[in-house]
Design a protein around this ligand. Structure first.
Ligand code: NAD
Length: 484
C-alpha cells in the first residue's frame, strides 16, 4: 500500500535556530522527506534564521550535510536534494538585536501561509515573539511553533503563555510534543474510535491496569547541566507521558478536531488525583561496569535529581475508578523501548478448569523502536493432548501491514510541521493543557523537595530500581519486561 500524499498550500517557514542540533537532526531532514514525497509545492520556501553570519549558500551547504547525516542515502538523489536546497534561504538575526528583521520582513510573501519555528532556547521565546510583532514580520494569520520545554513549572509556563498570548492568539500557537506526531500514537486513536471492538471494554470494569513505559539506554551525557535542573518528572512525565495517558484515558471526542480532542485531554489531566508519596519511586543511575553514574554525567556530586521515576496514578472519574495507571521512564535502562500496555481483566470463570493458568489479554501499543500494535489473546495450543491454552500475540507491525509504505513511516516532526502548514492543531498542546499538567506536577516535585529525598540508586543496563518493582508487586501485578 502506498501512502497517499496530499500537497500543502504554498508557505514561508522561518526556522529560528536553523543552524542548531534540532534543525539539523529533525527539522531539515523532515522537510526534505516531505519535499521528496511531493507534499511541498514548488512555491514553498524555508528560511533558516540564527545568530551566525553566513550566506544563504553557506546555509544550503549546512543543510546538505545535515541531510547526508540524517537521511538514508537511497532517498537522497542529487537532483531532488538540489531542488530542495533551492527552496532554502537564510537570514542572520540575533533575537536580541535589531539587525536582519527588515530583511526577513521583506522576504515574507503576502498571501502565503506563514510559520515561524522557535527552535531556540526557551529563554528566547518571549523576546522572539515580541520582535516578530514589533518589526512587523509576522502577518495576522502567522503561526508559531514552540518547542519543549514549555516552562519549568506552573509559574514559568503561565508567564510564557502570557508572553506569547500578548502577540499571538491561541489558534496561532503550535506547542510541539513530538510524541503526538508518532504514527502509533495516532493509531491509538484510530484503534479506539474507529473500531467497535475496544471501546465498550475501555473502562475500569474490563481494564485491570495500564502501563506506560518510556525507557532510554542513553544517560544524560551532553545535556547534563540542563537535565540536572529538570529531572525525569519535568523532562518526560509532565509532557510526553502525560499526553500518552490522556489519549488512553480520554472520552471519545465528538469529532477528530483540535478543540474537541484537546477538551477531552484536558478533562483527563484535571481528573488526575494527587500522587501519594508512597506511590512514587525516584531513581538515579550509579556507575556500573565502567559507565559513569548520573552524578558524574550531571557534573553535580550532590545532585538529588531523578534520572528515573515510576509511579501509580489514578484518573478519578466514572470510567477509570479502580484502574490504576502505572507510569515509568528512565535513562540508562536495559533497552530503548516506549510502549503503552492495556491489560484487561481475567474472564470471570474458567470453563477449562483451574489447572489452566490464565494469561491476560494485553493490548500493546509500541512507539519505539518498531512501531506497531499487538493484542495478546489465549488460544488452544495446537496438536492433540487435550485442551491446553497458550497466550499468543495478534501482531500488527506497521512495516508488515502496510508493505513498502510501512517501512517509510514519516518521522513525528515532519508530520507535525505539515500539520502546522495545514493549520491543524489537533496534535499540538493547548495552553490550558500545559497549565493543567504543571498544576498536577508541581506539588509532586514540591513534596519531595520539602522532604529532601534522595533518589534510590540503580545500576545501568537494568530495569530501574528494585523499589519500582515493589510498587507493582504489592498490588499483585508486574511490569512488562523492558525489551528492545
Ligand atoms: P542548539 O543549541 O543546538 O541550537 C540553538 C540555535 O539557536 C542555533 O541555531 C543558534 O544559532 C540559535 N541561537 C542561539 N541564540 C540565538 C540568538 N540570540 N538569536 C538567534 N539565534 C540564536 O539547540 P537545539 O538542541 O537545536 O534546541 C533548540 C530548541 O529545541 C530548544 O528549545 C530545545 O529545548 C528544543 N528541543 C531540542 C531537542 C533536540 O533534540 N535537540 C529536542 C526537544 C526540544
Amino acid at each position: 500500500m502506498v501512502a497517499r500524499v496530499i500537497p500543502v498550500d504554498p508557505f514561508d517557514l522561518v526556522i529560528f535556530g536553523g543552524t542548531g542540533d534540532l534543525a539539523r537532526r529533525k527539522i531539515l531532514p523532515g522537510l526534505y522527506r516531505r519535499f521528496r514525497d511531493g507534499q511541498m509545492p514548488a512555491e514553498a520556501r524555508m528560511i533558516g534564521a540564527a545568530r551566525s553570519d553566513m550566506t544563504a549558500e553557506a546555509y544550503r551547504e549546512l543543510a546538505r550535510s545535515a541531510l547526508e547525516d540524517h537521511v538514508a542515502a537511497e532517498r537522497r538523489d542529487p537532483e531532488t536534494v538540489a531542488r530542495f536546497l533551492g527552496q532554502l534561504g537564510y537570514v542572520a538575526i540575533d533575537v536580541h538585536g535589531d539587525k536582519g528583521w527588515l530583511d526577513l520582513a521583506d522576504a515574507m510573501r503576502p498571501g502565503h501561509v506563514q510559520a515561524f519555528y522557535f527552535s531556540v532556547a526557551p529563554g528566547l521565546f518571549g523576546t522572539l515573539a515580541e520582535k516578530l510583532h514589533d518589526h512587523k514580520v509576522a502577518g495576522p494569520d502567522a503561526r508559531i511553533v514552540v518547542e519543549k520545554p514549555f516552562g519549568h513549572d506552573l509559574g514559568s509556563a503561565r508567564t510564557l503563555n502570557a508572553t506569547l498570548a500578548a502577540h499571538f492568539d491561541e489558534h496561532q500557537i503550535y506547542r510541539i510534543d513530538h510524541y503526538l506526531g508518532k504514527e502509533t500514537v495516532q493509531n491509538l486513536m484510530a484503534v479506539r474510535f474507529a473500531n467497535m471492538l475496544f471501546e465498550p471494554l475501555w473502562n475500569a470494569q474490563f481494564v485491570d491496569h495500564v502501563q506506560i513505559t518510556v525507557a532510554e539506554t542513553v544517560g544524560v551525557g551532553g545535556r547534563g547541566s540542563y537535565y540536572d535542573g529538570s529531572g525525569a518528572m519535568r523532562d518526560m512525565v509532565q509532557n510526553h507521558i502525560m499526553q500518552l495517558l490522556c489519549l488512553i484515558a480520554m472520552e471519545p471526542p465528538n469529532r477528530f478536531e483540535p478543540d474537541a480532542v484537546r477538551d477531552e485531554k484536558l478533562k483527563v489531566i484535571r481528573a488526575l488525583d494527587p500522587v501519594a508519596p508512597g506511590d512514587i519511586v525516584r531513581g538515579q543511575y550509579v556507575p556500573t561496569n565502567g559507565t559513569p553514574g548520573y552524578l558524574e554525567d550531571a557534573g553535580n556530586p550532590d545532585s538529588r535529581t531523578e534520572s528515573y521515576v515510576a509511579m501509580k496514578v489514578h484518573v478519578s472519574n466514572w470510567r477509570w475508578k479502580g484502574t490504576p495507571f502505572y507510569l515509568r521512564t528512565g535513562k540508562r535502562l536495559r533497552a530503548r523501548s516506549s510502549e503503552i500496555a492495556v491489560t484487561f481483566r481475567e474472564p470471570p470463570h474458567s470453563i477449562f478448569g483451574e489447572s489452566e493458568r490464565w494469561a491476560e489479554n494485553v493490548l500493546i501499543i509500541r512507539l519505539q523502536p518498531n512501531e506497531g500494535i499487538k493484542l495478546k489473546v489465549m488460544i488452544k495450543e495446537p496438536g492433540p493432548g487435550g485442551m491446553r491454552l497458550v497466550n499468543v500475540p495478534l501482531d500488527m507491525s506497521f512495516a508488515d501491514a502496510l508493505g513498502e509504505g510501512g517501512n517509510d513511516i514519516p518521522d513525528a516532526y515532519e508530520r507535525l510541521i505539515m500539520d502546522v502548514i495545514r493549520g491543524n492543531q489537533t496534535l499540538f498542546m493547548r495552553g490550558d493543557e500545559v497549565d493543567a499538567a504543571w498544576a498536577w506536577t508541581d506539588p509532586v516535585i514540591a513534596a519531595w523537595q520539602e522532604r529532601g529525598d534522595r533518589p534510590v540508586p540503580y545500576d545501568a543496563g537494568t530495569s530501574g530500581p528494585e523499589d519500582a518493582l515493589m510498587l507493582m508487586h504489592r498490588d499483585g501485578r508486574r511490569w512488562r519486561e523492558i525489551r528492545p
